[in-house]
Design a protein around this ligand. Structure first.
Ligand SMILES: Cc1ncc(COP(=O)(O)O)c(C=O)c1O
Length: 276
């Protein structure tokens, strides 16, 4: 087709991002990227690829990373490769750091963007190319809330459950990462008592929960709970498991409120199903 494709290689720097193992992507045992020496030999054989121009080097070592050190280690390792390539006559146009900057879901310690900048800018200054970032969670996680209606309160012996109409198919993070999401009733009343309960959905899985043994204000059927920090890996990880229709998505922009994605119907579930 006479086209030259700009290509960057994702290099796996073999660095422990010290995050949940399911979202750690920069260790050599993880499936992502290629190791530095393989990358070096591919870049070096660039003349064999007539329709490819190697423009960059990429990494993404994981998500919800709470420490700066893994970024510093990975950037340093990939910088060595960058310099080696420059010595070989390959001037890359960009160095892509990927995403992974952690956010606060609870009271976990994280770092500020200023601290991140302080530690990484000296490293970037040594490179003479564009620096790219791919932040995802950092931009949206704390901007989204999942609103759910309380269906029932239930007690098995001493164990209390609050059953809500949202479920693991709407927000999968607690189920697969044992992730914490703060949960609070929309209506706050001073005279309310706190209870310790599991907040669970109606799906046929024990893993269908939003919180376990959580101290929470007692609520009644028909009230609403806000499940906080649901703006990243929420709707994008949702599914129709159990034949459930996903809720609408609503954007609140100061005083403007609009439905950006409508509530799913049975027609949505069945639109592409065929019997014969
Ligand atoms: C290649 C790549 N870049 C960026 C991201 C965004 O990561 P985060 O949301 O942790 O910033 C991901 C997430 O999986 C990714 O795979």
């Amino acid at each position: 087709m006479n086209v030259t494709a700009p290509v960057a290689l994702r290099v796996n720097p073999d660095v422990d991002a010290k995050t949940h193992p399911y979202i750690s992507t920069g260790l050599s045992k993880n499936k992502f990227g290629i190791d530095s020496s393989a990358a070096l030999s591919i870049y070096k054989s660039r003349n064999e690829f007539k329709n490819i121009q190697f423009t960059g080097i990429d990494m993404h070592i994981g998500s919800q990373i709470a420490y700066i050190e893994p970024f510093v280690e990975a950037i340093s390792k990939l910088s060595e490769l960058y310099f080696e390539l420059r010595d070989e006559g390959l001037d890359l146009i960009h160095f892509d750091v990927g995403g992974g900057i952690g956010v606060q879901y609870n009271n976990e310690k994280s770092f500020t963007i200023e601290e991140f900048a302080e530690k990484t800018i000296p490293l970037f200054k040594k490179l003479s190319c564009k620096i790219l970032f791919e932040p995802g969670r950092f931009l949206t996680a704390n901007g989204g809330v999942l609103i759910s209606e309380v269906l029932y309160n239930k007690q098995n012996g001493n164990k209390k459950f609050i059953i809500v109409d949202a479920a693991m198919n709407d927000l999968l993070r607690p189920t697969i990462y044992q992730a914490y999401h703060h949960i609070q009733p929309l209506q706050q009343h001073k005279e309310r008592v706190d209870i310790v309960a599991d907040i669970v959905g109606p799906v046929c899985e024990t893993g269908d929960y939003f919180a376990r043994d959580r101290e929470i204000t007692k609520t009644h059927s028909g009230e609403y709970l806000a499940i906080m920090s649901a703006g990243a890996y929420g709707m994008t990880m949702s599914s129709n498991y159990n034949g459930r229709r996903r809720p609408p998505e609503i954007i609140v922009d100061r005083d403007n409120i609009f439905v950006s994605r409508s509530r799913e119907t049975f027609e949505h579930l069945l639109w592409d199903e065929k019997i014969i």
